[in-house]
Design a protein. Structure first.
Length: 112
């Protein structure tokens, strides 16, 4: 994980931090946090880059299943977006036809 800590005095730096315990599911780019240096000063930090690797044996075990689940969710979202776009296009075509004074097509809109 790469972060860019800064201080109210205007000082800034870029660091690489290894997360060696816990769960990485809540880490993402843009996340804010605190960084303490060796002098005990606190820095406001923002995550700028994440190299994803399992942190524990449990995460290593579940990671392929999470990838498959993420792929399924993305596929469903793409299909839903395509169906929504098609429905909006049919509705727009019907509204245009009706506004032009023509009768809508018989039998209503075509099934999806």
């Amino acid at each position: 994980m790469v972060t860019e800590p800064s201080r109210p005095s205007g000082e800034a730096m870029t660091i690489a931090a290894a997360v060696t315990a816990g769960d990485s599911d809540n880490l993402f780019v843009g996340r804010n946090g605190l960084f303490y240096d060796r002098q005990g000063r606190d820095w406001d930090a923002t995550v700028t880059k994440i190299v994803t690797n399992p942190i524990s044996v449990g995460q290593a075990f579940w990671s392929p299943y999470k990838k498959v689940l993420r792929w399924i969710e993305e596929t469903i979202a793409k299909r839903a977006a395509a169906a929504d776009e098609a429905a909006n296009a049919r509705m727009q075509a019907t509204a245009t036809t009706t506004a032009a004074g023509q009768a809508p097509p018989p039998g209503g809109p075509a099934p999806a």
